[in-house]
Design a protein around this ligand. Sequence first.
Ligand SMILES: C[S@@+](CC[C@H](N)C(=O)[O-])C[C@H]1O[C@@H](n2cnc3c(N)ncnc32)[C@H](O)[C@@H]1O
Length: 354
Amino acid sequence: MGRTSKDKRDVYYRLAKENGWRARSAFKLLQLDEEFQLFQGVTRAVDLCAAPGSWSQVLSQKIGGQGSGHVVAVDLQAMAPLPGVLQIQGDITQLSTAQEIIRHFEGCPADLVVCDGAPDGSCCSSGSSWKRNKRLIYVACHQVIVTGLHDVDEYMQAQLLLAALNIATHVLKPGGCFVAKIFRGRDVTLIYSQLRVFFSSVLCAKPRSSRNSSIEAFAVCRGYDPPEGFLPDLTKPLLDHSYDPDFNQLDGPTRIIVPFVTCGDLSSYDSDRSYPLDLEDGSEYKYTPPTQPPISPPYQEACTLKKKGRLAKEIRPQDCPLSTVDTLPQPLAAPPCHTLLASEVEDNEMNCSP
Ligand SMILES: C[S@@+](CC[C@H](N)C(=O)[O-])C[C@H]1O[C@@H](n2cnc3c(N)ncnc32)[C@H](O)[C@@H]1O
């Protein structure tokens, strides 16, 4: 029997622990590299939204041996140190974080910028947190409410991607490469169009280890080539809220349809399937603890409640100060109460990636 439900369910999660990766996401970057040789000739790389650090591990191993400081990792959350990886704890949508990254490069351009950001850290500064796992979970006022706000999710993802692109325009060398997680949602065409302004080649890639059931994919943008006269501007890192939604109704030559590429060995493990714990070499399953559990993750409070046995109790609206409930957006405030299931906490405890 597996020690955790995730061991039983998710083969990449289990393999990540067995191979010493901090998260299953490591396989996504490795499979993207298999297809696109992302690390060829790379000596400087930036890992945006890096915690708990499996992509930084891959980067430091693949382009390591060049001395420390060649990989810069950024995340809202604290991350355990990694050899050869310089860390910045900050929000990639903030001007100050972008400036710090640029300072670290001291005028030397990066060859590669990657971003595996997902709105599952504390994207809101209010102390609320987003968790994109099977569902979107909103934590407010000790009350956990499950919603299905996919549009919000996609919007947040697009904002992260554009913030990452903005940073990339400051640090990438001409011809450099940018890889970022993308949700293939309604507005994805607009995002591809924006990326094509800056890169000669834009592809959408789906690694084998990324679940088919998830709209997650990766934009692989090669040949950084900003338009003539383009001046990187850090003051507007996000989507303009007043942008014209009709602009996304691109058609004719303005409509961008980017190639879709699957990568990784397609006969390897399917991330949507469950596999027996004893894998094909016949060896007996042995529980492997997580390589490096996240430091102070946003769901820590829920874990503490679980340990104290208080998690299964329902939190009723009357237990919550009215002032806070009133300020919640209606779809979030609507459910009368919610109990965070123990299994949800267990899932989130060790691995933050989908
Ligand atoms: C899926 S995890 C990244 C996993 C990582 N690539 C790895 O391999 O370990 C997404 C990360 O995005 C971070 N994140 C979300 N919004 C962010 C923001 N605005 N600035 C910096 N990091 C952010 C979260 O804190 C979370 O650690």
